[in-house]
Design a protein around this ligand. Structure first.
Ligand code: ASP
Length: 307
């Protein structure tokens, strides 16, 4: 099977002066994941590697650089799902964990599979995952913004990755700092299977981003996967899923979608969404800063990117 990896850096407005950073971050993430896949590594390791890069980059709302809650603290959510067994793992409202996606990955082997707050932090400690002072996840920029009380308009929401490995296994992962100024303990879609992510080797893998309160009731990731089950191309299925969200509950969201044949698609109704992908046969990863609206996929297709 030809490996494929796709990452996103969140659906939202991206200020012009943040475009290059979004592009570079997604490119670095897809390259990290691709290193794993091209050496025959598994999709779960590739997704973790890619998301760890994004969680380390303060450009994105995940890990270090996450948006701050109403108490001026960072609380993060992350989840991973494997399409071969439908195994999943998730953490929500955790603090002081350097890479939430690594905790989610580890929990996939365990039960229970969704741990919140102190339970998630304790699990990370007991399994030797990297902890840090909770303040270490607060970037200087986020702190300044929180202190000034100025509403941030250009931060992309959430990061995510979907990957297909040489063995035909599909994995999805998503990681977020939630919404700006959210009350302590608020949890959105990211940690919820079917909403923030879904993976099924029989169909595909999806990672979503956007307004959690809107994504949850339309079960956005599973809705996109259901489009694949109905025979749609991932591009069409992704667009239909976003259309469903807009029709039923409004809100802003985006998703990336990869099917079991390695075909990719994405859609969003925000003004931008940073995306990067790589597969065999491409000379280098393809990255978009996101100002290209979905019609840009036609241009990508003509350049051989979508298949
Ligand atoms: N989807 C995430 C959440 O609702 C982050 C966001 O988009 O604001 O928590």
């Amino acid at each position: 099977m030809k490996p494929v990896i796709v990452v996103h850096g969140g659906a939202k407005d991206i200020a012009v002066d943040k475009m290059a950073a979004n592009q570079a971050g997604c490119l670095a993430a897809v390259e990290a994941g691709w290193q794993v896949l091209r050496q025959g590594g598994c999709a779960a390791a590739a997704v973790e590697a890619a998301i760890c890069v994004l969680e380390s980059d303060q450009t994105f709302n995940s890990g270090f650089g996450s948006t701050m809650n109403s108490d001026g603290e960072v609380e993060v959510d992350a989840a991973m799902m494997a399409g071969v067994t439908l195994a999943w793992g998730a953490v929500a409202a955790v603090q002081g964990v350097r890479h939430p996606i690594s905790v989610a990955h580890k929990i996939m082997e365990d039960k229970p599979r969704l741990l919140v707050a102190k339970s998630g932090e304790r699990f990370a400690l007991e399994h030797g995952l990297e902890l840090c002072p909770k303040e270490d996840l607060v970037s200087p920029e986020q702190y300044q913004e929180w202190k000034s009380g100025v509403e941030v308009v250009d931060r992309p929401n959430t990061v995510g990755c979907v990957a297909l490995d040489v063995n035909g296994n599909l994995v999805a992962g998503t990681s977020t700092g939630g919404t700006t100024g959210q009350p302590q303990g608020r949890v959105g879609d990211t940690a919820l299977v079917g909403c923030g992510l879904y993976a099924d080797n029989r169909l595909g893998a999806c990672s979503t981003t956007g307004d959690g309160e809107s994504i949850i009731p339309v079960v956005l990731a599973k809705t996109a996967i259901d489009g694949l089950a109905a025979g749609s191309h991932p591009q069409q299925a992704a667009q239909q899923a976003i259309d469903t969200l807009v029709e039923r509950v409004e809100g802003e969201a985006g998703c990336i979608l990869l099917d079991r044949q390695g075909r990719i698609g994405w859609a969003y109704n925000s003004s931008a969404m940073a995306i990067a992908y790589m597969t065999d046969g491409l000379p280098a990863p393809v990255v978009f800063t996101g100002q290209e609206q979905p019609q840009s996929t036609a241009a990508i297709a003509s350049s051989g990117g979508l298949h």
